[in-house]
Design a protein around this ligand. Structure first.
Ligand code: HEM
Length: 451
């Protein structure tokens, strides 16, 4: 029997009409792309309405993200769907405003702080194990992964569990919001004229307003606790009390709502997606599951030191992030004319970076579509990790939560496998599709049995 391959969506035919492309796009951006993007260094999409370039060569990716990020700011196309929810959050801003926000946020995620955050993460992982004990049998694991990832965010940010009334409501409303508003829609690639009205599905704006009101309750309450000298030492307190080293200013209450909204959104959907895929992969490759389960005995030690022993778990999680990067594509905009691979890139071009394609590039990776967590020890894996692996983006706009997410991912994966066996469910192979993050079309089903 040949080894199973991790699921990959079928690519579209090489040539399709613009109309058909738009329709495919609306269904799912991954299967809307042709197979040649897994081999191309760059591709241009030229249509009567817009011009965009997909950049898929390590040197070009580096130029966009690391060498000249100011020439390629975040495209405001991406903001189209998210503005009502995220306001002026760090995810959407550019230039001086963005720099100021990062100066205040970054200290909360510095390496040393992870140790302080760890007990809250661990408590969320233990709560998940308790939930799964009651749920054994066939389980849709994406929903469970979202639950635990949201729990991690609330516990680390606000020291409250997901069962807290406000936290639970934010969680459920976010779920509805993301269903109604994919992070990357056609508008992210197509330059819509400014006069064209933007349509949000019914309820989207209302839902965003309610989420923001709920978050405001939490931040107002926290501000009062800070003033009273009674605030817990968590991420929210850290961010709300950090002063910009350049201006001395801190976030005001409204800004803090924007930032909390993005922490929640960026920090839970992404981790949940990666965790669900990692669990599916170990179900597909049970020999790895056994390796991780054995390694997870290190968690008998409940201190942060145990995390450094979860090396194989990190390799598996890293491989899940390679095969199913939660943020499959990112968009930037050329702020000035440029030349890429002897082609003119006019000002205003949409520059698409595709972790999805780069991570499976046939000319870069050994066994690009295969599951092989050992690859990270090989020369090819090490080289590709440096040049062609960007699940957290790269350069100054790199995900501030990357270190946090790697600890969280390995911890929860190990914690689950320490207590349970997971198996695939016949007839329910997941088909990857890009929603807000890379999800499966009909959920990811696993059979879960206590060890
Ligand atoms: C596996 C988990 C995660 C993945 C794969 C991930 C991935 C990413 C990526 C690719 C970006 C860049 C997006 C772009 O430039 O268009 C990003 C940005 C961001 N992420 Fe994460 N992320 C994860 C977890 C987290 C966590 C746990 C947090 C916070 C608690 C977080 C907070 C943010 C924020 C605030 C930004 C915006 C940064 C900026 O634009 O300067 N992420 N993330």
């Amino acid at each position: 029997m040949t080894a199973p391959q991790p699921p990959k969506p079928a690519a579209r035919a090489d040539r399709v009409s613009l109309w058909r492309y738009a329709r495919l796009f609306r269904q799912d951006i991954l299967s809307a792309q042709p197979a040649r993007l897994y081999r191309a260094w760059m591709a241009e999409f030229r249509t009567p309405f817009f011009r965009s370039f997909l950049v898929n060569e390590p040197a070009l990716v580096k130029r966009l993200l690391k060498d000249s990020p100011e020439d390629f700011p975040k495209s405001d196309r991406i903001a189209e769907g998210l503005k009502p929810l995220l306001g002026q959050s760090v995810f959407l801003t550019n230039g001086a405003e963005w720099k100021r926000q990062r100066r205040i946020i970054d200290p909360a995620f510095e390496g040393g702080r992870l140790k302080d955050t760890y007990p809250a993460m661990r408590a969320a992982a233990e709560a998940m194990v308790a939930r799964l004990r009651n749920r054994q049998g066939q389980v849709e694991i994406e929903a469970e992964a979202s639950h635990v990832a949201a729990d991690v965010i609330f516990r680390t940010l606000f020291s409250i569990p997901i069962e807290h009334e406000v936290a639970a409501e934010v969680f459920h409303r976010f779920r509805d919001y993301q269903r109604s508003q994919p992070i990357l829609n056609l508008a992210a690639f197509v330059r819509l004229p400014g006069w064209m009205p933007r349509f949000f599905r019914r309820g989207t704006r209302r839902n965003a307003a309610v989420i923001r009101e709920l978050i405001a309750q939490l931040t107002d309450e926290r501000m009062r606790a800070i003033h009273a000298g009674q605030a817990p030492d968590d991420l929210a307190t850290k961010i709300m009390t950090t002063r910009d080293p350049e201006t001395g200013g801190a976030f005001d209450a409204a800004e803090m709502v924007d930032q909390v909204a993005i922490f929640f959104l960026a920090g839970h959907e992404t981790s949940a997606s990666a965790l669900a895929w990692a669990l599916y992969l170990v179900a597909l490759y049970p020999e790895w599951q056994e390796v991780l389960s054995e390694e997870a005995k290190a968690l008998e030690d409940d201190s942060f030191a145990a995390v450094s022993k979860l090396r194989r778990s990190r390799d598996v999680f890293r491989e899940a992030l390679r095969l199913y990067p939660p943020v499959p594509m990112m968009v930037r905009e050329a702020a000035c004319p440029a030349r890429f691979r002897n082609r003119d890139v006019p000002t205003g071009s949409q520059m698409v970076l595709s972790p999805w394609h780069l991570h499976r590039h046939e000319r870069l990776w050994d066994n690009p579509d295969g599951f092989d967590p050992s690859r990270w020890e090989t020369p090819n894996g090490k080289q590709c990790q440096r040049d062609a692996y960007i699940p957290f983006s790269a350069g100054p706009r790199v995900c501030p939560g990357a270190g946090f997410a790697m600890v969280e991912g390995a911890l929860i994966l190990s914690m689950i496998l320490r207590h349970f066996r997971v198996r695939t469910v016949a007839g329910r192979e997941p088909i990857p599709a890009a929603h807000l993050t890379v999800r499966s079309k009909n959920g990811i089903w696993l059979e879960i049995v206590e060890r």
